[in-house]
Design a protein around this ligand. Structure first.
Ligand SMILES: *Cc1c(COP(=O)(O)O)cnc(C)c1O
Length: 360
């Protein structure tokens, strides 16, 4: 890594390892070639294991929002219920409106987890046929109760549950089939520790059937196109092949480490950060029991100068720290432990934080 390298500890994009970059530098291949089909087929079983699904895992050359928007365009015929409790989940309402879909926000204060009973009450009205749900609200560090929300949605046959696991995928189990999730989606630049540009998703049989009946699905995110191309181990259009090389490498890394061991490492490093937060007299923005395992959103109860902290971290330690997202910028800051972080890198990060805090 070069001297100007600023190590990313923001909650996405996260640090990408030199070995991953090296894997990405393999010679280019044609996306309609046998070589690409072999690459696609090689990674499918591992992706299916990680997603907990027997369904295909589709690769979309887009950021996660492409699939988040695409899910609405493929599935919504009635109203969309958007579970809102932070920057990403709030934005989904606006995205639905821009797609010409009617959407209602089930709105919570930022930092408050989504309550399954509220979702149940809303769905009981029969007005909705899609629910959008963000598992890990990266802006607030809240991990919402996925299993409970999925259980509620399973009671309503015509309701499609779309789950964003962008910052929880491969950090905690997200067993798609077992939970009956209709669209499970994630992105490359968070816990998978790849560069941005690739979204990964699965579509249930029921959701695929629904899509067939929906007009104006568009082309780029049309689920039917993904399914047709999948049969030939291909994507609808030219994908970001270099990132897919990186994905193949990272999947090998993940399976060598072991999924459970990897998740255990995330949990342990997250706990290390939590200990630091408590030892330094800070509080957590998320309530106990709903705290993310991939990042920590620290409440600035000590009223430190967060912008200055971010500056010192960058200038003195070559570390990028996040000084809070949107309306909670400055009143919070966020520490990511996702991806390839180790005891050593998190230890270095916390030492740099100690040093920077002392200089405020
Ligand atoms: C980062 C993030 C997104 C946005 O992903 P893009 O790749 O920028 O589209 C969406 N949802 C969550 C929970 C995220 O953390």
């Amino acid at each position: 890594m070069s001297q100007d390298h600023i190590r990313l500890h923001i909650p996405g994009p996260v640090e990408v390892s030199p070995a991953t970059y090296e894997a990405m530098a393999a010679p280019m291949i044609g996306h309609r070639s046998k070589d690409f089909q072999a690459l696609y087929a090689e990674i499918q079983p591992k992706l299916q294991t990680l997603f907990g699904t027997s369904r295909p895992v589709f690769l979309s050359t887009s950021s996660a929002w492409g699939v988040m928007e695409g899910s609405l365009r493929n599935l919504a015929t009635k109203k969309v219920l958007c579970c809102c409790s932070g920057a990403f989940s709030d934005k989904w309402v606006d995205v639905a409106a821009r797609c010409g879909k009617e959407a209602e926000a089930l709105q919570y204060e930022w930092g408050v987890p989504v309550d399954p009973a509220d979702v149940d009450a809303k769905l009981a009205t029969g007005e909705f046929d899609v629910v959008t749900f963000i598992h890990n609200e990266t802006s607030t560090g809240v991990m919402n109760p996925l299993a409970e929300i999925a259980a509620v949605c399973r009671k309503y046959d015509d309701v499609m549950l779309v789950v964003d696991t962008v910052s929880s995928f491969s950090v905690v189990p997200t067993p798609t089939d077992e939970l009956g999730v209709d669209v499970m989606l994630t992105g490359s630049q968070k816990a998978l520790a790849l560069p941005p540009g690739l979204a990964l998703f699965t579509v249930s049989e029921a959701a695929m059937e629904r899509a067939k009946t929906v007009n104006d699905r568009g082309y780029y995110f049309d689920f039917i196109e993904f399914a047709k191309n999948q049969e030939k181990d291909m994507t609808p259009s030219t994908p970001c092949i270099a990132t897919i090389y990186g994905l193949r490498h990272q999947l090998n890394v993940i399976f060598e480490e072991g999924i459970e061991a990897r998740m255990g490492r995330h949990e342990r490093l997250n706990e290390t950060v939590h200990e630091w937060v408590k030892a330094n007299g800070f509080e957590f923005f998320a309530p106990e029991g709903f705290r993310s395992k991939s990042l920590t959103c620290v409440a600035n109860n000590k009223e430190i100068d967060v912008a200055q902290l971010v500056k010192l971290m960058r200038e003195n330690h070559r570390i990028a720290l996040d000084g809070g997202y949107g309306k909670i910028k400055g009143t919070t800051f966020r520490i990511s432990n996702m991806g390839d972080e180790t005891d050593e890198t998190i230890g270095n990060l916390l030492a740099a934080l100690d040093d920077s805090l002392a200089k405020l």
